[in-house]
Design a binder for this molecule. Sequence first.
Ligand code: SAM
Length: 429
Amino acid sequence: MNLPAEFLARMRERLGETFPAFLSSYEVPPWRALRVNTLKVSREEFLRVSPFALEPVPWAQNGFYLEAEKAGSDPYHFAGLYYVQEPSAMCVGELTAPCKKERVLDLCAAPGGKTTLIAAQMRGEGILIANEIDFGRAVILSQNVERLGIKNCAVVSTDPETLAQQFPEYFDLVLVDAPCSGEGMFKKEPEALPHWSPNNVAMCAARQRDILEEAAKTVAGGGHLIYSTCTFAEEEDEWQIRAFLERHPEFVLEQEEKLYPHKYKGEGHYCARLKKIEGERRRGKSYPIERSTQANKAFYAFAEDFFTEVPKSEIAAPWPCRGRMYLVPAGMPALNMMSRLRLGVELGEFDGRVFKPAHALAMATKREECRRFVSLTREECLRYLRGETLEREIENGWCVVGVEDYPLGLGKVVNGVMKNHLPKGLRKR
Ligand code: SAM
């Protein structure tokens, strides 16, 4: 690997006698891992059904090293049983674990590794706002939130300033997984190498400072701010946090971790947990819940037939865009002046006549909750994921289709033929 000479000089100075060991770490291929999505399957159950050989990641309760190349195309991946994540990135979970999580903001969230990790820790309770400034990346984040069946998450796309204005002293936990110079990921993403320079490190540090300033405004008194990067540069890591603490005496440093590839089986990562010891915890303005619209009635008529028990949660249609309906988690604050890609669970669309369920509804449902569940063999799954029609002699109507017990999407059975309703963009080519 052609590492920049200036980068190597900086690492030699930083690491001293351990520098040769650091250099040797580039001879090993990048570490691959997955994190079991405990919202869908327990760790034990996954270990029982896993088609992959798995070895635990020591610092992540549900993380496992992975040898298989094909983890991203297995039916269990489509069913959201796991998220493929770089093992060092999972260390953030250790820092977020003890924090209160009634109101959580993930400020730089795409593609969703840490959003999905925190969502699993929240176990569907509280509200999680996942933001990504780049709209294209926010779409991928939203798809991952959907695939993993996360019910209490809104996905938005805006800048940190807008969120700071709307949510002063609001969140119990704010995560800033900052855009950085990526030094820790050179092995995994060598395309980042030509962009590296001391100037770029300085530019990243300045941007991180700005993001941290906005993030700090959103943290409620008693709440936590988690900061992480995948770089070794002190300007972006320890020095960034020391400078922040000098500017913000209302925060204290509680924990700090730096993962080097010659010390752990993972790429480079830095994370710090800060606590805001002074300040208020302000109230937000909640979403208006509409209970008696025509769309709601249509949803309930559908739900009587689809579920074994109709969901009791508050149903809302606050997003009038193209007649879509969402199951908005209680306590979700109004999210104004920003692109909203997802607001809790998307239930479906209502065109004024017929209610059509959304893929997200299937992904957030458990087998025992649906009246009609079609369990597929692995071979049938591949056909379903390619968008093919399958045959099933069951009662006519909408059904959830799954790999064994785990939902993959929707189908609609008419006289023994199950029409495939997997969204075209998610089909396997
Ligand atoms: N947390 C993500 C995960 O675990 O999958 C990875 C986040 S990545 C390290 C940093 C993200 O910050 C990128 O998606 C990038 O688009 C976003 N970003 C870039 N500039 C930003 C800015 N000025 N403010 C907020 N986010 C920014």
